[in-house]
Design a protein around this ligand. Structure first.
Ligand code: 4AD
Ligand code: MG
Length: 461
């Protein structure tokens, strides 16, 4: 029976095993071949040694090319080299899928990430994308373990929605109306009563509003799903489709929110350091030399907690020249966020109590009437990793905010009901999963932190 390469241990030495995977490299010095086979289960794959005693060897020799899929039976033996603890002495080898060497785009030499994006269907076979995929998987596992062991209920929030949670107008519209000739009202506007849902519909930017609804029945919930933003920002930290984890907690305030956010981030880092050793060593050696030291430091130090007002004071006193000038009331740009966490505090930080005018309508108004109970977690190398808040649970305050911001109350009737029927203080946040992958691996561009990135003008694969 086939065994995944990761599952091989020194206990298997001397035993017959079968492995299957794709050839990463082949060297055939004389009458034998060294073949590195990778099945995706670990970083290094397994070295296979085939020679004339291997059944089929001569028949398939010419087909043993990089990228070909093979099935190998053999005996696991202790490796004479120091690079790996054991290797497979092949008793038979079969080429399951040919891979013509003159056409296969992944050759041994390193490729740029830009080039690899053009072959996203094959790039998961490279060291970096292979390791990213495993670390991403481990972060997802850690996410579920963290919340499940704390009694949070996993909630699937809808992807199709009629409401704009963040109120930023960055939604992708979904319609079945013919876009070249939509039906029109007498006044000439597009008649959405004839659209699929009878009203305009969009891809969600956040599951939060639905999350709040279930927090008010199940106390603690979390979502983990895709979210969509039609923001035309071509940066190394923005995607049009990204995954977000959104916990929401009833009977919780901003302090509780910060505590959960900090424990969650640390839990994920601890998990990948303990479970993705080879992948993390690779990232530390080839992608970001300071990675492991930085992550260990993150684990061992409390996140710095400052208010927005304090953060602005620090920025005003900084000798560094910023492209965007700072003053109280301005939104923090990524250069400001990175200065604070990378150069000033040199660790993750949580900025709280932002001016109400730069934050979403649902955030709880502070007693000063100028700031809201918001929190952003900023981390070195990335900037904003988490955005969250204590929610406005007071009906009158919420109505007033919505009116000030010009939001149509009828769109949020259910949301307002929650403030009438057993409303309680509650809080939550959203963590951008790809930014977490970047933070954990040192990967510079978010396009390498997700299997198939969607960015402006890119939806191939
Ligand atoms: O700060 P944001 O917009 O907050 C919300 O959506 C809230 N509803 C969350 C909540 O309180 N439940 O987004 C949350 C996080 C950001 O901190 C960032 O990490 C990530 O989502 N994010 C993006 N990641 C990749 N590409 C984009 N375009 C992103 N926009 C936000
Ligand atoms: Mg935000």
């Amino acid at each position: 029976m086939r065994i995944k390469i990761k599952g091989l241990t020194s206990d298997h030495i001397g035993q017959a095993v079968t492995i299957k995977g794709w050839i990463r490299s082949v060297r055939s010095p004389k009458n034998f071949s060294f073949i590195v086979v990778n099945d995706g289960s670990n970083f290094g794959g397994l070295q296979v040694i085939a020679d004339e005693t291997t059944q089929n060897y001569l028949a398939v020799l010419a087909d043993l090319t990089t990228g070909a899929a093979v099935a190998v039976d053999g005996i696991l033996v202790k490796s004479p080299g120091t690079e790996q603890p054991f290797e497979l002495k092949a008793s038979s080898i079969e080429v399951v899928g040919l891979c013509p060497a003159d056409e296969y785009p992944l050759q041994k030499k390193g490729h740029t990430f830009e080039f690899l994006r053009t072959i996203a269907h094959l790039r998961s076979r490279t060291n970096t994308l292979g390791a990213m995929t495993r670390v991403r998987n481990a972060l997802a596992y850690a996410t579920h373990t963290f919340f499940q062991t704390r009694g949070f209920v996993y909630l699937n929030a809808p992807i199709l929605t009629a409401s704009d949670c963040e109120g930023a107008g960055q939604m992708f519209q979904v319609t079945t109306l013919p876009i070249d000739k939509p039906p029109r009202t007498d006044a000439g506007a597009v008649d959405f009563t004839q659209d699929f849902f009878g009203e305009p519909a969009f891809l969600t930017v956040s599951g939060q509003l639905n999350g709040e609804m279930y927090a008010l029945s199940h106390s603690d919930i979390y979502t983990f799903g895709p979210t969509f933003r039609a923001e035309n920002s071509n940066t190394s930290r923005h995607l049009a489709e990204f995954w977000m984890i959104e916990p929401e907690m009833a009977f919780a305030d901003l302090q509780d929110n910060m505590d959960v956010a900090e424990s969650y981030v640390k839990y994920m880092i601890d998990h990948v350091l303990k479970n993705c050793g080879d992948d993390m060593k690779f990232f530390n050696s080839f992608i970001d030399k300071g990675l492991l030291a930085r992550l260990e430091h993150v684990l061992s130090t409390p996140f710095q907690r400052v208010t927005y007002t304090e953060a602005v004071d620090i920025l005003l006193k900084a000798t560094k020249k910023f492209e965007y000038p700072v003053s109280w009331g301005c939104d923090l740009q990524s250069e400001h966020e990175r200065y604070l966490s990378e150069e000033h505090f040199k660790k993750p930080m949580i900025v709280t109590n932002y001016p109400k005018d730069i934050k979403a309508f649902y955030m709880r108004m502070n007693d000063d009437n100028k700031t809201v109970a918001a929190m952003d977690v900023l981390v070195p190398g990335i900037g904003e990793l988490i955005g969250g808040a204590q929610r406005e649970e007071r009906y009158d305050f919420l109505i007033e905010r919505m009116e000030q911001m010009g939001l149509a109350k009828e769109h949020y009737a259910a949301y307002l009901d929650l403030r009438k029927f057993g409303g309680v203080p509650h809080a939550g946040f959203g963590l951008g999963f790809e930014r977490m992958v970047q933070f954990a691996t040192g990967i510079e561009n978010i396009r390498e932190a997700i299997p198939f990135p969607r960015t402006p003008k890119h939806i191939e694969f």
